[in-house]
Design a protein around this ligand. Structure first.
Ligand SMILES: C[S@@+](CC[C@H](N)C(=O)[O-])C[C@H]1O[C@@H](n2cnc3c(N)ncnc32)[C@H](O)[C@@H]1O
Length: 290
């Protein structure tokens, strides 16, 4: 039976098929410079010890590894064994011996190492209570450690002039995320999430790509995102595979953009960074402040 109200939230909507792992790497390349910019602004530098949560195929871990260098450390955590196997192979190929990966659920993950930075991209939206989890995971930081995240706000995606097929794809994607109870505007919720986690108000930046013309990678990226979501799109009765026509979707998106000289705005990325400090009572060795 299809349960459109979904009493139980699905753990993750995109799955971990080979196609999805390839899509993650495509997405990683598409947004690499925008993510690196946030990590630099947040303060990652040679020697930083980093915990990357929801690391997937390792794209953010690889970016962080380049910034922190061999005197630093990166530990990536993800629940998917397939994603972690791919991440390990990529790190081995790059020769980054200062990067390690752990298969674990973020809800229960604990480790006895101390880090200088807790980072993640496109992951907080999948956690049922991101602020509580952030608060718990920040306990892995030394006092003064960096907390830096980048998440999307899908509502800002649009095209000028308006592009019906592009709009339709966004509708399918946003609809599935909403029905699965994952926040499509997590990026814009980062400010409140940091405050609820007991972190100081973060500094933030919104960035995005502007795409158009025949050579943009945006059409494949969008179509592959829809491809990974097809099981959920069908499960939630958002559309049928026949309506989506996945095998020709990227070509039709390209044709639409090029024919109308359209400027495509993919989802906005919002980066936030702040520093975690040991609560005063604990900093005083458990004594209440005078
Ligand atoms: C959209 S991917 C992002 C991957 C990576 N951060 C990047 O930007 O390329 C989200 C990842 O978070 C992982 N994830 C989601 N919820 C999780 C949880 N509760 N515990 C562990 N991993 C989780 C998924 O397995 C997936 O690999």
């Amino acid at each position: 039976m299809i349960d459109n109200d979904f009493a139980e939230r699905p753990g993750y909507v995109l799955g971990h098929s080979d196609a999805e792992l390839k899509r993650l790497m495509r997405q990683g390349a598409f947004y690499a410079d925008l993510t690196e910019d946030v990590l630099r602004r947040a303060g990652l530098c040679p020697g930083t010890r980093v915990l990357d949560i929801g690391c997937g195929a390792g794209d953010v871990s690889l970016l962080a590894a380049r910034l922190v260098g061999p005197s630093g450390l990166v530990v990536g955590v993800d629940r998917s064994e397939q994603a972690i196997a791919l991440a390990r192979a990529r790190v081995d190929r790059a020769g980054f011996s200062w990067v390690r990966f752990v298969v674990a659920e973020l809800e229960t993950f604990v480790c006895n190492e101390t880090f200088d930075a807790l980072i993640g991209r496109f992951v907080l939206l999948y956690l049922s209570d991101p602020a509580t989890r952030l608060r718990a995971l920040a306990r892995h930081l030394r006092s003064g450690g960096i907390v830096a995240f980048q998440e999307m706000d899908m509502h800002f995606a649009h095209s000028v002039p308006e592009a019906p097929l592009f709009r339709q794809c966004l509708h399918w994607i946003i609809n599935v995320f909403e029905k699965a109870r994952f926040e499509p505007d997590m990026g814009s919720r980062l400010f409140a999430t940091y405050l609820c986690a007991g972190l100081p108000a973060p500094r933030m930046i919104a960035t995005g790509r502007l795409e158009g013309g025949p050579d943009s990678p945006a059409y494949e990226y969008l179509a592959e995102t829809v491809r990974s979501l097809i099981p959920m799109i069908e499960r939630f009765d958002v559309a049928t595979a026949a309506e989506i026509g996945i095998e020709t979707l990227a070509a039709r998106l390209r044709e639409e953009a090029v024919a109308g000289n359209r400027c495509i705005f993919p989802p906005l990325l919002i980066g936030a960074w702040s520093r975690w400090h040991l609560p005063e009572t604990e900093a005083n060795g458990g004594a209440a402040p005078a």
